[in-house]
Design a protein around this ligand. Structure first.
Ligand SMILES: Nc1nc2c(ncn2[C@@H]2O[C@H](COP(=O)(O)OP(=O)(O)OP(=O)(O)O)[C@@H](O)[C@H]2O)c(=O)[nH]1
Ligand SMILES: [Mg+2]
Length: 235
């Protein structure tokens, strides 16, 4: 028996079964993602899928946003991690409705997990739903959750070459947040280079530089958010 894919060695087509299974999983995921998207559209919920490597600052950005915009916009959050409720606890402390999904061995959220979480969360209409994905710059790129837009976060400690090394994530996102700019004096990271690399992958990518620690750039992120849900004259 073939040790790679388990076939009987007759008419061996290396990797074919793996590709078939992967296509099937993604097809099922995409079908349910469309249902989630319909749910969000019907309730006028702006669903944003936050993706990044572990530790880029997704939860910190959410903590700041939910605190600073409290009373101006309605939010709820789905947190995705392999283990722990740490991030959900941090979001809960801001007074925001949140649910945690633990993926166990899984390295990404999928649309079925979101559909299930929505049943318990029951988000309000006319609101913003943040989905914090599992920290991982690879697998979450393949899984549509039904979000309206994907927001990729990269922090300055990760290296300015990351858009070139993990292109799918930067290609499939509409906004890129470059976080931890307060650390720029201490790390060899070029803002110009990361922008150049990101735009090579996705020429339409909008890029905002922020520091969740000292607050630099957060107003631009808040304006971006408001521009998505409020009438232009009120932003
Ligand atoms: N210096 C600095 N540190 C930051 C900034 N934003 C976040 N951090 C720190 O970075 C670490 C990771 O932040 P998290 O918000 O937990 O990152 P995350 O992307 O949610 O991590 P995972 O959920 O594990 O993928 C924490 O120690 C934060 O305090 C920033 O703008 N500047
Ligand atoms: Mg987090």
């Amino acid at each position: 028996m073939c040790a790679t894919c388990g076939c009987d060695g007759q008419e061996h087509v290396h990797g074919k079964r793996i590709v078939d299974v992967e296509q099937d999983i993604l097809h099922q995921n995409n079908l349910l993602a469309e249902r989630n998207r319909g749910y969000f559209e019907a309730k006028n919920i702006l669903a944003l899928n936050l993706v990044s490597s572990p530790g880029s600052g997704k939860t910190t950005l959410l903590e700041r946003t939910l605190t600073d915009l409290k009373g101006q916009l309605d939010f709820c959050v789905i947190e995705g991690d392999q283990q722990t409720t740490n991030d959900a606890d941090r979001i809960h402390a801001t007074g925001t409705k949140v649910t945690q999904i633990n993926t166990g061995k899984g390295c990404h959220l999928d649309s079925q997990m979101i559909a299930h979480a929505l049943q318990g969360l029951k988000p309000k209409g006319d609101s913003i739903m943040f989905i914090e994905n599992v920290g991982n710059l690879v697998c979450p790129a393949m899984f549509d959750l039904g979000e309206k837009e994907r927001v990729v976060i990269i922090s300055v400690t990760e290296g300015d070459d990351k858009p070139l090394k993990y292109p799918d994530m930067f290609f499939s996102s509409t906004l890129c947040i470059v976080n931890k700019t307060d650390l720029l004096p201490y790390v060899p990271f070029s803002i110009e280079k990361v922008k150049e690399n990101a735009l090579k992958i996705n020429k339409d990518l909008h890029i905002i530089e922020v520091s969740c620690t000292n607050g630099d750039g957060l107003q631009e992120w808040y304006s971006w958010l408001k521009s998505k849900v409020l009438a232009p004259e009120t932003v």
